[in-house]
Design a protein around this ligand. Structure first.
Ligand SMILES: O=C(O)CCC(=O)C(=O)O
Length: 287
């Protein structure tokens, strides 16, 4: 554990049992991390973004692929897939990505100096919400960052179960190398490729009540299924990086600018990933 240089006392760090579970399985679940009221604040902000009551970069608002491709008609949040990077534009989301209930456990895994590299509020609408294929997040993040692992947090806004498209993981797959990932045909969101050769039977569903959080390693194979229920399956996913990590391609400044990096806690280092935002971004600059 990298705990030697932590200045402040952490209330929510990993217990020895949790750390052992993390090392063994590559993910960890805590129940009741956030209250319904706290999650309602995020849900309302996200809905205000969709209803255009808040300024937001339109390129970061993504419709469900079936609606986008004209296969079905839906409106408002029923037509939504996700908003991307809400913590970069909405103070309520920025407060959440820095919440110690999410970040204290990260210190045990990533060390005290932490950046936020991606975050998305996902709707998975009743009946039409689409799943994500088996993938490892590092397949994508390694193009931007050189690091052993990033860590994702997945907060349940609604109950997530096999009926409405919960997350599935392959326990222990964080110890494996990165798989080949292939494009998939058909009317999928097309934002993720499929990890080649994963055995579906190795996956276990991670069913959680609202307010629960799942922390997961960037090598962990995970997927989610379509929402066949009449319920929403909303979640808020955040990906974190150690500020000791380096850019994979320091010369690719432009693509880095399109994906803002946010300071979360601790220090940054001039020769590492140090070009970070510390406050919400003006919309015009980021579009
Ligand atoms: O929330 C989901 O359904 C899947 C999200 C996911 O796989 C990811 O963000 O990497």
């Amino acid at each position: 554990m990298h705990t030697a240089s932590i200045p402040q006392k952490r209330r929510f760090g990993l217990s020895a049992d949790e750390f052992a579970h993390w090392n063994e399985n590559g993910y960890l679940v805590r129940l009741g991390v956030f209250s319904a009221e706290e999650n309602n604040v995020l849900r309302q902000v996200a809905e205000d973004v969709v209803d255009k009551k808040r300024p937001y970069p339109s390129t970061n608002i993504n419709e469900n692929a079936l609606v986008r491709d004209g296969k079905i008609e839906e409106q408002g949040i029923y037509a939504m897939h996700k908003i991307h990077h809400p913590s970069c534009y909405c103070p309520e989301f920025l407060a959440r990505v820095r919440d110690p209930r999410l970040t204290d456990p990260l210190v045990d895994i990533l060390g005290p100096d932490i950046l936020g590299i991606n975050n998305l509020f996902i709707w998975k609408a009743p009946k039409i919400g689409l799943g994500f294929p088996w993938h490892q997040d590092k397949f994508y993040f390694r193009n931007r960052f050189k690091t052993e692992t990033t860590v994702g947090t997945w907060t349940a806004i609604d109950a997530a179960d096999t009926g409405n498209g919960c997350l599935y993981v392959v326990p222990g797959s964080h110890k494996w190398d990165i798989f080949q990932h292939d494009d998939i045909e058909g009317s999928q969101q097309q934002e993720f490729k499929l990890a080649r050769g994963v055995c579906d039977a190795d996956g276990v569903p991670v069913e959680v009540p609202p307010g629960a959080v799942i922390w997961f390693h960037s090598h962990l194979l995970h997927k989610s299924t379509d929402n066949h229920s009449l319920r929403f399956r909303r979640s808020y996913v955040i990906h974190y990086l150690s500020a000791q990590a380096e850019w994979s391609r320091p010369e690719a400044l432009n693509s880095r600018k399109r994906q803002p990096v946010m300071w979360i806690r601790g220090q940054t280092y001039p020769n590492k990933v140090h070009e970070v935002a510390r406050d919400v971004l003006p919309i015009s600059e980021s579009e």
